[in-house]
Design a protein around this ligand. Structure first.
Ligand code: PEP
Ligand code: MN
Length: 261
């Protein structure tokens, strides 16, 4: 399985695959403003969380299914592909019904074999790219198990997202990168595309550029970066989001070395 099997038609295969968009879809206006600005700087795949797995109850837990209509509008008006997180079988059914192009499975779902199996069962017989984040804890076998469950459901367009690993002592990073884990995954499953999520690793917008460069230096295949039209006002993960213009600048600074030379 190489990157071409996950990259959708029309996506520039010479550059790293870039997926960008807000942590959460908040309002139709926020989604459309952000999406239009991202499309204008050449982003081809738009991300937005519709169902948000929040650490503690009582906060914003996503707009839910009504937000899927906004993603449909993004597709129609910008031509971008749209991606969202699914954590239950109902999320899968709703997202598929709404025409979502790419699904991702979050770190809090990848950690739970029952939840993973439930999502995998709902994907059975469907042909759609599925991106599997690493589990929150640094357990490579659990990550591989999550991949196997999705593969077992018949999904062949699979990629993984390295979003770092939770630890009690938060130092520089919100989630420690522990780069050796995705590198070991690549050794165990060669050709599995690996996408880096510098937003959730760093937890701070100023760490996005250096983490993205590290991922490129390690020959990762793509980046998923949180981008919001007004980052400081974001309803979730405000400190780690950047505007579409800053995203464009960060991407322009990346040095991509040809790994085949
Ligand atoms: C997200 O991508 O917004 C998200 C909730 O990520 P993670 O599952 O990596 O915490
Ligand atoms: Mn987020």
């Amino acid at each position: 399985m190489d990157l071409k099997s996950i990259v959708l038609p029309g996506v520039d295969e010479k550059r790293p695959l870039v997926i960008a968009g807000p942590c959460s879809a908040e309002t139709e206006e926020q989604v459309m403003t952000t999406a239009n600005a991202l499309a204008a700087v050449g982003v081809k795949i738009f991300r937005a969380g519709i169902w948000k797995p929040r650490t503690r109850p009582g906060g914003f837990e996503g707009v839910g299914a009504p937000g899927l209509k906004w993603l449909k509008r993004v597709k129609e008006e910008t031509g971008m592909y749209v991606a969202t997180e699914v954590a239950t079988r109902d999320h899968v059914f709703e997202a598929l019904k709404a025409g979502v192009d790419v699904l991702w499975i979050g770190a809090r779902t990848a950690v739970n074999p029952f939840a993973m199996q439930d999502v995998a069962d709902a994907l059975s017989g469907v042909d759609i790219p599925v991106l599997i984040k690493n589990p929150v804890n640094p357990d490579l076998e659990l990550w591989i198990g999550a991949i196997q469950r999705v593969y077992g459901a018949g999904i062949r367009r699979i990629a993984v997202i390295h979003r770092g690993f939770s630890s009690y002592d938060k130092k520089l990073y919100r989630n420690s990168p522990l780069w050796h884990i995705p590198i070991e995954l690549r050794r165990r499953i060669p050709n599995l595309p690996i996408i880096c999520d510098p937003s959730h690793i760093g937890g701070k917008r100023e760490l996005i550029a250096p983490l993205s460069q590290q991922a490129m230096d390690l020959n990762f295949d793509g980046l998923i970066i949180e981008s919001h039209c007004s980052p400081d006002e974001a309803w979730s993960d405000a400190a780690q989001q950047i505007t579409p213009d800053v995203l464009d600048y960060v991407l322009s600074l990346l040095v991509i070395r040809d790994a085949t030379q």
